[in-house]
Ligand binder design. Structure first.
Ligand SMILES: [Zn+2]
Ligand SMILES: [Zn+2]
Length: 266
């Protein structure tokens, strides 16, 4: 089993060490995992400051949010990865980034991530036209839900088409606060599946919303999962853990959902 999305930073305040990695690895072994993807978020690193300008400029709340998060340099993370590259772990350990895709500054993102060696870079849509839709439930008041879904998937398709990413993180995270569109997304899922395959990208089957938002649904919704399986999209199970002890959370359940009549990659 694989856990393809585990955050390092919030557990260690930016201090990298072999002991820290071992804490994730030993928890992964307890959970029966054979492979883990450890990552950091682009918004943690001041090298990406310019890329987040549209997000900062959106409102005061987002400016404060970003300044609280952007406290480290990517240099120490990249240097640590280089230092331990080639170390033997009892399971396969990959190091990468979760990168926000912000259409206006996508080329800036690309220019920074290309400067370092990553095992993977997973792309995320966390902002719809610079609005951070997954921050607080109250921010959805007065929002046109159909319009938000429409733009969310437009941005995701654009993200996939850039060819910059290894995978798409939590591809239906717009459901985070329980808002759903009035229209069918079947055609959108087909377009996403075709684009993911063309770009050679995987999609995460992520338990992150169940773990971090208390959402009732584990993994991507059943319609999306059905379409992605039918189209043979590569799907990786992912916890979106933010602490070592959450490594592998929900992965057994998510893996079982993939086994039901579809392709499985592990
Ligand atoms: Zn994310
Ligand atoms: Zn994440």
């Amino acid at each position: 089993m694989i856990d393809a999305h585990i955050h390092l930073f919030q557990s260690n305040s930016g201090k990298y060490s072999m002991e820290l990695i071992d804490s994730f690895v030993s928890q992964a072994q307890k959970k029966g995992l054979s492979e883990i993807y450890l990552l950091e978020h682009t918004h943690q690193f001041h090298e990406f400051k310019q890329m987040y300008k549209p997000i900062e400029n959106y409102n005061e709340y987002q400016r404060n949010w970003l300044s609280g998060k952007m406290t480290a340099s990517i240099e120490s993370y990249a240097a640590f990865i280089e230092q331990i590259r080639g170390c033997c772990f009892p399971i396969l350990v990959k190091f990468g980034l979760e990168a926000c895709y912000i259409p206006e500054t996508g080329t800036l993102l690309e220019s920074i991530i290309k400067q370092y060696r990553w095992d993977f870079v997973v792309g995320s849509v966390h902002f719809i036209d610079n609005w951070g839709f997954d921050h607080k439930a109250e921010f959805w008041r007065g929002i046109n839900v159909d319009g938000a879904y429409h733009r969310y998937y437009e941005i995701m398709l654009e993200m996939i088409h850039t060819g910059m990413f290894s995978g798409a993180a939590h591809p239906d995270s717009i459901k985070c606060f329980g808002h759903y569109p009035t229209f069918s997304l079947d055609d959108t899922y087909i377009n996403l599946a075709a684009a993911l395959n063309k770009a050679g990208m995987y999609a995460e089957h992520s338990g992150g919303l169940a773990l971090n938002y208390g959402h009732g649904e584990k993994g991507m919704n059943t319609c999306m999962l059905k379409v992605f399986k039918e189209y043979g999209v590569k799907i990786l199970t992912a916890s979106d853990a933010h602490r070592p002890e959450h490594t592998g959370e929900n992965i057994v359940d998510l893996s079982e959902m993939l086994q039901d009549g579809g392709k499985r990659f592990d």
